[in-house]
Design a protein around this ligand. Structure first.
Ligand SMILES: Nc1nc2c(ncn2[C@@H]2O[C@H](COP(=O)(O)OP(=O)(O)OP(=O)(O)O)[C@@H](O)[C@H]2O)c(=O)[nH]1
Ligand SMILES: [Mg+2]
Length: 442
């Protein structure tokens, strides 16, 4: 059992109402000490109107909702106090609760208790923050799927497949005398490893797309001076964010802006035109541009459609050749003849549809990625990659005819990482799976 904690759940500012949450073993008795009614014996979810009082002094008229554990968010007895939204009142109530035996909650402590009391798994706990921090509707919807537990259920088919192959091997090792048990041969292990790797690959791919929807993507706009990079940033943003002139070297520092492109948050970075320069300030800007090519997840290389490809253009194309990138020919409005296969835009005339479609295509985001759950944060994707590594190892060991004991070690690693996604204990009990392989009556 945990200590009783208290914290303001709503924003610390003046508003119509504020909500203070008290959770823990003694929360009903702590609140009873400063509420006009005794709630210590409440045994089901109950809402009450009353006063918070310090002795005889009324601090505020409030509504309280009592949640009897385990039927509460944290799984413990929990009280929500809805008071008037004045910070004076909020502080007085919290101080009073502290004096009656509660302590201030630490960051994330309510969610941690919900996790420790097994009300939610780790994927759901992580989703709470994601829902709060989402900046697009799409990101919020995706995080809600994780909060509801749908995302966690992606783990079960993976766990099941791993448990199946591990138990098959274990049974063969431990009970060689039984004739009626399926044999764990090399072919079977490799086939099963292949299936698991394919499943993990699709989870990683969906996860990476989900991460883009949730966190957005860093897009660097690069090119030599005067090709229209800043004009492109402004056109995409629909505002005059960056300075545009016909003077080469206008942009010297990075200019940033966020846009929501059909549900995908793009962090746009307009950069200084890349060229040889003796100007100290411009050179610093150019170095930053080169760094941005490395840092960005997507690079838009802007060329001037009215000019031949120059050495500077070639240098920029070389610098970005290993990146996910889109090459655009700007100023197409000045062009009489367009060549097949090139992506033309006009930042000046806001002719950008082909580019925006291409961005979505290059990022690989399809409509279903917005609606399907995915294991999409760095921790989850990292564990999926770990599982894949272990499976590749297991497969390789089998192919080399190494002992099944050794293969089993890698499979166990994969199993542990799978459970870790949900934050579940890594001590593995697959005895149920093992014994389910025996005949009835054995
Ligand atoms: N006709 C035409 N002119 C454009 C277009 N895009 C930009 N320009 C012009 O090209 C010039 C340079 O535009 P900028 O957006 O400042 O170019 P930049 O690439 O940011 O230049 P630096 O910051 O110096 O690297 C300006 O005079 C723009 O008006 C376009 O699509 N069509
Ligand atoms: Mg510029």
């Amino acid at each position: 059992m945990f200590e009783t904690i208290v914290a303001l759940a709503t924003a610390p500012m003046k508003s119509a109402l504020s909500l203070i949450r008290v959770s823990g073993e003694d929360s009903f008795s702590v609140v009873s000490k400063c509420f006009s009614k005794d709630i210590t014996n409440i045994d089901k979810r109950t809402a009450l109107v009353g006063e918070i009082k310090d002795g005889d002094k009324i601090i505020d008229e409030v509504v309280i909702v009592c949640y009897k554990g385990p039927k509460s968010f944290t799984g413990e007895d929990l009280v929500e106090i809805i008071c008037h939204g004045s910070m004076l009142i909020v502080n007085e109530i919290i101080e009073l609760l502290l004096s009656k035996g509660a302590r201030l909650a630490e960051r994330g402590e309510y969610s941690m208790r919900a996790f420790l009391n097994q009300k939610i798994d780790l994927v759901q706990a992580e989703a709470i923050n994601d829902v709060i921090n989402a900046t697009t509707k799409e990101a919020k919807d995706l995080s809600l799927l994780a909060l509801s537990g749908e995302t966690s259920s992606l783990v079960e088919p993976l766990r099941k497949k791993l448990a199946d192959i591990i138990s098959l091997i274990e049974v063969n090792i431990d009970y060689p005398e039984y004739q009626d048990i399926e044999v764990a041969n090399k072919e079977k292990i490799i086939k099963s490893a292949d299936e698991i790797i394919a499943l993990v690959d699709s989870l990683i791919s969906d996860g990476e797309k989900g991460r883009i929807i949730k966190d957005g993507v860093k897009v660097a706009i690069v090119g030599k001076p005067n090709v229209g990079k800043s004009s492109l940033l402004n056109a995409l943003m629909g505002e005059e964010k960056a300075i545009v002139t016909d003077i080469k070297g206008t942009t010297r520092d990075i200019v940033e802006g966020d846009i929501n492109l059909k549900g995908i948050l793009l962090h746009l970075l307009d950069t200084a035109g890349i060229r040889e320069s003796n100007d100290k300030i411009e050179s610093i800007g150019i170095n930053k541009s080169i760094k941005m090519i490395e840092e960005a997840e997507l690079v838009i290389v802007v060329l001037d459609a009215t000019e031949e490809l120059s050495d500077e253009d070639k240098q920029i194309l070389e610098l970005s050749k290993d990146k996910k990138r889109i090459v655009v020919y700007n100023k197409s409005d000045l062009l009489e003849k367009k060549e097949d296969g090139n992506l033309y835009i006009s930042a000046l005339e806001n002719d950008l549809d082909e580019l925006t479609n291409k961005i979505k295509e290059v990022l690989g985001i399809e409509d279903n990625n917005f609606h399907h759950p995915s294991l999409n944060n760095a921790r989850q994707i990292g564990l999926l990659k770990q599982i894949k590594e272990s499976m590749l190892q297991a497969k390789q060991d089998s192919e080399l005819d190494l002992s099944v004991d050794l293969v089993s070690v890698s499979l166990m690693d994969a199993y542990r990482a799978t459970m870790e996604i949900l934050g579940l204990a890594s001590d593995i009990d697959i005895s149920k799976e093992i014994f389910s392989r025996f005949c009835v009556g054995k």
